[in-house]
Design a protein around this ligand. Structure first.
Ligand code: ATP
Length: 253
């Protein structure tokens, strides 16, 4: 990887870009993943490259939902594997559940490389290499799933996912948690809980919330979920972008 000096003002963003580029070189990320990263970077800029108060609320609700789930599942794609492999392994360990490789541009070779990478980073069980069932309503490769994993889950975490798959999982009656920097994406608008934040910041915070909330009684977590309003969270994310832009433009003009 290209060495990026820590003193660089855009250090975090450049490291992320480098990780995704390396993911493509290593055959774990698709070339389309580079474009998805670019779109994400743009929205991160608009948000002010920080976890906003609304994202922090969504992260807490997501942790509560995952802890209360009977069968939670976590989806990992090529961008997620390139950006946060260690952090995803830590999240799965905190919840004591497997990770499932789930690709939009599926190739068996890429699935294996991602599963190997996750195991190398300490993952126990990794699903997705031997899909045995399809999610209804999606075309063949994108529909592939595993019994005992995402297919049977009641709550699914889908970071950086496309809108079709989000809708197909919701249509199966699942609760869906998205991590997506674009509050206007179909995924963010449809999900049960939309974390509008960079996955680099969101996943470590989500793991920390899972650890802290696991000490609380279920009734507290249930109340948090009842009080959570995803439409309100998306409106707040839009307002946070507006406020940040106003402030930035005020400095400029
Ligand atoms: P949709 O079908 O939901 O409208 P889309 O077509 O905008 O989605 P995709 O390219 O399928 O999006 O998925 C990539 C999504 O992931 C984009 O919305 C992008 O903003 C987001 N994204 C990219 N990089 C990151 C990141 N590092 N952290 C969080 N979100 C990201």
């Amino acid at each position: 990887m290209t060495e990026i000096p820590k003193s660089h003002p855009r250090y975090a963003s450049l490291v992320a870009r480098e990780r995704v580029a390396q993911g493509v070189k290593n055959g774990i990320t698709s070339t389309q993943g580079l474009i998805a990263q670019g779109r994400g970077e743009c929205f991160d800029y608009l948000l002010g490259e920080r976890t906003t108060p609304s994202a922090a609320t969504a992260i807490r609700a997501a942790a509560a939902l995952l802890l209360l789930a009977k069968r939670p599942a976590i989806s990992v794609n090529g961008n997620v594997a390139a950006l946060v492999p260690v952090e995803m392994v830590a999240l799965a360990a905190a919840l004591k559940i497997p990770l499932e490789v789930n690709l939009f541009h599926r190739s068996e070779e890429r699935v294996k490389k991602i599963a190997d990478l996750l195991r190398e980073k300490g993952a126990g069980d990794v699903l997705g290499e031997r899909p045995d069932i399809s999610v209804p309503g999606l075309d063949h490769a994108r529909a592939l799933a595993t019994r005992g994993g995402i297919y049977d889950a009641d709550v699914v975490l889908i970071p950086l996912e496309d809108g079709d798959r989000c809708e197909a999982l919701l249509a199966m009656g699942k609760k869906v948690i998205a991590i997506d920097l674009n509050p206007l994406s179909r995924t963010a608008r449809k999900a049960s809980v939309s974390i509008v934040d960079n996955i680099l910041r969101a996943v470590p915070q989500l793991t920390e919330e899972v650890r802290q909330l696991s000490l609380k009684p279920n009734s507290d977590l249930q109340r948090m979920i009842q009080e959570y309003d995803n439409e309100k969270i998306l409106r707040e994310a839009a307002r946070e972008i507006q406020e940040n832009l106003k402030e930035q433009f005020r400095k400029l003009i």
